[in-house]
Design a binder for this molecule. Structure first.
Ligand SMILES: Nc1ncnc2c1ncn2[C@@H]1O[C@H](COP(=O)(O)OP(=O)(O)OP(=O)(O)O)[C@@H](O)[C@H]1O
Ligand SMILES: [Mg+2]
Length: 644
């Protein structure tokens, strides 16, 4: 049945038939929509020109056939729709997938009605179809774009040409804390932190108004007032005529990245300063050993009534002060000789408390908050006391009008994410030692330089700026991490994290140095190896002054030759650690082959990997630290010789 047959069906009133049929056939011919009819078996009974255009089959090809326009996977859905239509249902499907004559896919929206005879029985189906392929593709691509923008990690802001915000994505909400509805219609200046001057924004607008892309970094402020740093690219958006209609800003929060970079720079700087300080301290130790040692010898030899004694005592005192400074520098440069033990920090804090109370003075309250189930750490007890004292003294100095110092301990876990944000931190179980005060706090500027040696805000003569440098070095060398929280006028808290040790070894409490009687004189033979002449002479004088026989060598090789040539017994090798050609350790090892019973005492002002692994003394190694006093040397030599 073609169009004419349809129009001249017996249902149309005889009188109106010519006019009505002309209108109808015009409508069907001219319709931009495909209008097609099928018999109940799906055979095409009408196929208008729009259907030809949309599907690609001509009327001749289509009529009387069952066209393969339904893809196999849609067959079931199609049969169901046809069943519904043949039962008399009228319906619209907005999106059906069909195929064209050339096999290409097409998306159509379809309205379907049953065709009825006058008696109401259904003899076919009419479908009106619209090609929505392009429309759907456009919608999909827009949805994809929207999803991408909505889910981008970068903050995206679209403004009109006057800068009024028209769109922000969820990343913007996340980063700034503002909700979309709060900022649409606003100007991005709500994010201003006040840290850029007017010229900054003027330059930006000058570039944008020229139609160019602006790139730069904003120091902005979140809704909660916290500042953040973002790298931004702002591009003009043009309509098809080339007119700028919008600006789009794509911005990335780089606060963390910049902080990491800053921290890395900082730790590199500390490393370099540390190396320098360590080198200086090493040379100083030899000189100071001589200055102090000879002063002591001189004092020993001068009669009590000598007027020179006062002068020598002054030299001695200056030597002591210089030695104290050198010790701090060495601590900072992590070149100290540490003697770590498994420690209960609570015991160290309690033990130090007595002295601290005296240090704190009247108007400062000292309280402790110690975790009863504290884990152990491995550290040098004397050094940890030093850390506590230095932090407590700083706390006192930050509270000239009085206040409270709280020393607390607790187990703590440093998370991998925390470690990732702090380059020098190893994640894992730690013990936290904190010293908090209610003092004046410190500025960001002070915090940035806190741990550098010689950084002080105190008057000359009050602060040397080595307190925290020492603390820093000790903590680092102990494998720990130090951090500070401080707000101006509201006090500071220093947090020291030391790695937890899990194996319960016997626990030291920080040893008291007993006051020893003057060492008894000796008769034994000592082989002395030291490349620094002043130190060697001093040591020889001290030893022979105490009755020892001394064989003197300027380096390791000489010492070995002396040992081979010497017929009698040698009781002790006293050797410097860092020597050119042959280190003290190598000398020790080789001489032991000749004389297995020989005792060895090392002296060093400096940790050296050859003998001291990472600055940590191996348990069996006996060491005398430089600078030493005549009495210190004599005592240590006696001790080593007397120990079984
Ligand atoms: N608890 C604190 N409260 C406020 N500022 C502090 C605190 N601790 C340290 N500071 C600041 O850090 C600076 C450096 O401290 P550090 O202990 O290294 O040196 P110092 O105390 O000035 O001198 P030194 O300790 O050598 O006598 C101090 O000058 C001070 O400005
Ligand atoms: Mg200090």
């Amino acid at each position: 049945m073609n169009v004419d047959q349809l129009i001249s069906s017996p249902d149309v009133e005889e009188d109106d038939r010519p006019a009505a049929s002309r209108i109808l056939s015009t409508l069907i011919e001219a319709s931009p929509l495909a209008i097609v009819t099928f018999d109940p078996e799906g055979v095409v009974t009408m196929w208008n020109p729009a259907a030809e255009r949309i599907f690609g089959w001509s009327e001749n090809e289509a009529l009387g056939t069952r066209l393969p326009f339904v893809p196999a996977e849609k067959q079931e859905e199609f049969l169901e729709l046809r069943r519904r239509a043949l039962l008399g249902e009228v319906f619209t499907e907005p999106e059906l997938h069909r195929r064209r004559a050339d096999g290409s896919p097409i998306v159509v929206s379809v309205s379907t009605s049953p065709l009825r005879r006058t008696d109401g029985t259904i003899y076919g189906i009419m479908s009106i179809l619209m090609d929505v392929t392009a429309q759907r593709a456009a919608e999909e691509s827009r949805a994809r774009l929207t999803m991408a923008v909505e889910q981008a990690g970068e903050c995206i802001v679209v403004t009109d040409t006057r800068g009024t915000i028209q769109y922000v994505n969820p990343a913007f909400e996340r980063i700034t804390g503002y909700e979309q509805m709060e900022v649409i219609g606003q100007n991005p200046r709500i994010l201003k932190s006040g840290r850029h001057d007017a010229a900054f924004y003027r330059d930006m607008w000058r570039i944008l108004l020229r139609g160019e892309i602006w790139r730069g970094t904003f120091l902005n402020k979140r809704k909660d007032g916290i500042h953040y740093e973002e790298d931004a690219v702002i591009s003009p958006v043009r309509d098809p005529s080339g007119q700028v209609v919008n600006y789009v800003a794509v911005k990335r929060d780089v606060t963390d990245v910049r902080r990491m970079e800053e921290q890395l720079r900082q730790s590199q700087k500390m490393e370099a300063v540390g190396r320098l300080a360590g080198g200086v301290a090493h040379d100083f130790n030899n000189l100071l050993t001589a200055i102090s040692g000879y002063s002591d010898l001189l004092l020993h030899r001068l009669p009590d009534y000598s007027t020179l004694r006062r002068d020598v005592e002054e030299i001695r005192k200056a030597g002591d002060r210089a030695a104290a400074l050198t010790r701090q520098l060495l601590a900072f440069s992590r070149r100290q000789v540490l003697q770590p033990k498994v420690l209960d920090l609570n015991a160290v804090v309690t033990k130090t408390g007595e002295m601290l109370r005296r240090l704190m003075g009247e108007n400062i309250e000292l309280s402790t908050d110690l975790s009863p189930s504290l884990s152990r750490v491995k550290a040098d007890p004397g050094q940890i006391e030093q850390v506590i004292v230095n932090l407590a003294v700083n706390a006192r100095e930050a509270m000239p009008d009085g206040g409270r110092v709280t020393i607390a301990t607790a187990d703590a876990e440093l998370s991998p994410s925390y470690a990732a944000a702090h380059p020098e931190v190893r994640p894992g179980p730690h013990v936290l030692l904190s010293v908090a005060d209610t003092g004046q706090g410190m500025s960001d500027e002070t915090q940035a330089h806190l741990f550098e040696p010689f950084f002080t805000t105190k008057e000359r003569g009050i602060g040397s700026g080595l307190g925290l440098a020492t603390v820093y070095g000790i903590v680092q060398q102990s494998g720990g991490h130090i951090r500070v929280n401080s707000t101006a006028d509201r006090g500071s808290t220093f947090l020291v994290y030391l790695p937890r040790v899990e194996t319960p070894e016997e626990c030291a409490q920080g040893e008291d140095q007993p006051l020893l009687p003057h060492p008894s004189p000796g008769t034994e033979t000592v082989l002395l190896a030291e490349d620094e002449e002043v130190v060697r002479r001093l040591a020889r004088e001290i030893l022979s002054g105490n009755g020892y026989k001394v064989l003197e060598a300027g380096n390791g090789r000489e010492a070995l030759l002396l040992s081979e040539a010497h017929r009698g017994e040698i009781h002790l090798l006293l050797t410097d650690v860092v020597m050119p050609k042959m280190s003290g350790r190598e000398l020790g090892e080789r001489i032991r082959l000749q004389r297995p019973d020989l005792r060895i005492l090392y002296m060093s002002g400096y940790t050296d990997d050859a003998i001291l692994r990472q600055g940590v003394l191996e348990d069996r190694v006996l060491l005398l630290q430089k600078p030493f006093t005549p009495e210190g040397l004599a005592r240590k030599v006696r001790e080593v010789l007397d120990s079984a």
